[in-house]
Design a protein around this ligand. Structure first.
Ligand code: NDP
Ligand code: 5RP
Length: 479
């Protein structure tokens, strides 16, 4: 390296696979001089050979070179495989950087890892910004949704750069500081959980149209295209229509019929459910989506169970069923978002974050996988009442889900009668009915717990904890 190139780069990116290479190009296209590094240097070369003319890049062969070419305070986006790969890169960088420098982890890190890493970096005088990034390949290049968590001081330095490469909706960048340490990665995790739920609901709707209503993939693609012009307008509905309309060039069959029906997962949905359990948050729609992927992979059990009996007389479905399905899908989506936002609220209490839910919905409107028209309404709902206890009690959403619920019930009942599994749609409806129930059978569960384990219960008519001596005359004592 010559003195000319020393310290000329505004920002560095290490990890130049799908996400990192496209983010680096996005930064370069925005006029930043970007230092680029990848463990396997051939990938850096490939990026520069193919796209070096898109802006100002500085090639770094090693992490030490990367650090050497950056302006101070140095800003480095780490975009490598989540987990051990990220730790390896961060450890090496921490030994090369100076107090005040800023590391951004743009991978899908678990928020607890981000909290740990932030604390360790802080001890060394370094800033660490756990940055959730969504949008896949295209989003990284053209404008992702960016969910940073870290100190306000670090955000002052990197926020303007991140905001300048993010997607823009109605003039607003889809990037906002969500809180300290793990807040950004927590929100990204919940984003992915909602992504899983949304995909599962869409898949169930497709399955009903295919198996219960007898429609072909190309016809179903048209249904989704039409739905994408209404309240359901979203990236996932749009790409569903594309996937269903695609014909496998090798066989001439619908693409969806030649793909093995085993859904894989990298783990962020599972993390959301695990954390939901820890926080006591009923993220049932997300859980059903994770379980549905898991069950799809149980090939041996599915094969052994293939001859289990189904309904003797499955219902025949008419055209009005399509409208019912649209409403059911919409209702289930609303329920999943309500679960996700409730979980973020609870995490805020648990981890001392003050996450702005309106801003969260705002930055999900563009760039990310769950971008959807109705996120505008969620933004409005939390702007009008930042303390909204549940999304579904907002006036607009109460009206919307109220409108959808009758059709949603018909769909779940019809699916059961037809023998088509709809765990996501059904669990969303159960969530809705549980929320609105005046009394839940939890009272009976409390009675059972007290009976077998003297676990005590509270009464509706006076304060305190009580136990009934079930085996000794059934008198009640204050516990
Ligand atoms: N793909 C997507 O759509 C999205 C991905 N993400 C997240 O972004 C991150 C990057 O994703 P993606 O671009 O798909 O790449 P991958 O997750 O496939 O990771 C590959 C990159 O990580 C590097 N790497 C792996 N292990 C190490 C290590 N021990 N030391 C140094 N470098 C290592 C690889 O270097 P080498 O070339 O030398 O092997 C390569 O640059 C991940 O955390 C992912 O979860 C987030 C949103 C969307
Ligand atoms: O982060 C993402 C989008 O926001 C990834 O695309 C997501 O991780 C894919 O997850 P999975 O492989 O588990 O379906």
């Amino acid at each position: 390296m010559t003195d000319d190139v020393a310290r000329t780069a505004r920002i560095g990116v290490t990890g130049l696979a799908t996400m990192g290479s496209n983010l680096a190009r996005n930064l370069a296209r925005r006029g930043y001089t970007v230092a680029v590094h990848n463990r396997t240097q051939a990938k850096t070369r490939e990026l520069l050979d193919q796209h070096g003319d898109e802006g100002a890049f500085v090639e770094a062969a090693t992490l030490a070179d990367l650090v050497a070419v950056l302006e101070r305070p140095r800003k480095i986006i780490v975009m490598v495989k989540a987990g051990a790969g990220t730790d390896a890169v961060l450890d090496e960088l921490a030994g090369l950087l100076e107090p005040g420098d800023i590391l951004l982890d743009g991978g899908n890190a678990h928020f607890a890892d981000t909290r740990r890493r932030e604390a360790a970096m802080r001890e060394k005088g370094l800033h660490f910004v756990g940055t959730g990034i969504s949008g896949g390949e295209e989003g990284a290049l053209l404008g992702p949704s960016i969910m940073p968590g870290g100190s306000a001081e670090a955000y002052e330095q990197v926020g303007p750069i991140l905001e300048s490469i993010a997607a823009v909706v109605d003039g607003d960048p889809c990037c906002v500081r969500l809180g300290p340490d793990g807040a950004g990665h927590f929100v990204k995790m919940v984003h992915n959980g909602i992504e899983y739920a949304d995909m599962q609901f869409i898949a169930e709707t497709y399955d009903l149209l295919r198996r219960a209503a007898g429609r072909e993939p190309a016809e179903i693609a048209e249904v989704f295209r039409t739905w994408n012009e209404g309240d359901l307008e979203s990236y996932l509905i749009e790409i569903t229509a594309e996937v269903l309309a695609h014909v496998d060039p090798a066989t001439g069959r619908p693409f969806v019929d030649v793909v093995a029906d085993r859904a894989e997962q990298k783990g962020t949905g599972r993390w959301t459910v695990r954390e939901g359990l820890e926080l006591g948050e009923p993220v049932a729609g997300i859980a059903e989506a994770v379980f549905a992927r898991a069950l799809s992979g149980h090939v041996e059990q599915r094969s052994a169970a293939a001859n289990l009996p189904g309904p003797a007389a499955p219902p025949k479905l008419g055209d009005d069923f399509v409208d019912d399905l649209r409403e059911a899908l919409y209702g289930a989506k609303l329920a999943a978002y309500a679960q996700g936002f409730s979980m973020i609220t609870e995490a805020g209490r648990e981890y001392g974050w003050d996450i702005d839910l309106g801003a969260t919905a705002r930055i999900w409107r563009g760039g990310c996988i769950i971008r959807a028209r109705f996120l505008n309404r969620i933004t409005d709902a939390y702007r009008a009442d930042p303390g909204l206890v549940n999304l579904l009690v907002d006036e607009y959403f109460t009206e919307q889900i109220g409108r959808a619920q009758e059709a949603w019930r018909r769909v779940v009942a019809t699916a059961a009668a037809a023998g088509v599994p709809v765990p996501g749609l059904a669990s969303g409806l159960a969530y809705y009915d549980s929320l609105r129930a005046e009394r839940l059978p939890a009272a009976l569960v409390q009675g059972q717990r007290d009976y077998f384990g003297a676990h005590t219960y509270q009464r509706v008519d006076r304060p305190g904890s009580f136990h009934t001596r079930w085996g000794q005359g059934r008198d009640e004592v204050e516990a």
